[in-house]
Design a binder for this molecule. Structure first.
Ligand code: SF4
Length: 87
């Protein structure tokens, strides 16, 4: 299993691709991470026998009070805009 540590995995190459797993929950979906220059992309790994190419990753925006667990799916553009307001 690879570690998503770009300093170790991608130290000597401009472009590379590794197979790994998402660890945001217990499903551990198969994921392919590729790097071109300083850009990193992720996609589901179709060869993974459990997740078969699925990744649930998309941005969610909290729409209710904190702790109410009310979320709305938003575009990456909107998520980045919201994050830039915070930082
Ligand atoms: S892609 Fe979604 S379902 Fe799969 S391990 Fe990550 S968080 Fe869990």
């Amino acid at each position: 299993m690879h570690t998503l540590n770009k300093d170790l995995v991608w130290a000597d190459s401009e472009q590379s691709e590794i197979n790994t797993t998402c660890k945001l929950c217990l499903n551990c979906c198969g994921m392919i991470v590729s790097k071109t220059g300083d850009k990193i992309k992720t996609k589901g790994d179709p060869a993974n026998p459990l997740s078969r190419g699925f990744l649930c990753l998309y941005p969610l925006k909290q729409i209710g009070p904190r702790g109410a667990q009310r979320w709305q799916r938003v575009s990456w553009e909107e998520a980045i805009k919201e994050i830039s307001k915070i930082h």
